[in-house]
Design a protein. Structure first.
Length: 39
């Protein structure tokens, strides 16, 4: 049954940031900052 499922990453929001897999998106007064946190 799991073989037909698509691998989807769930967004995790905390404060003014959203994390999706290895990417963090933070909202600032000037716009958005995007960070790649992969080691």
């Amino acid at each position: 049954m799991e073989a037909g499922l698509q691998n989807v990453f769930i967004p995790y929001a905390k404060g003014n940031s959203i994390r999706i897999k290895n990417t963090v998106i933070r909202r600032t007064k000037q716009g958005y900052l995007i960070f790649d946190v992969k080691d």
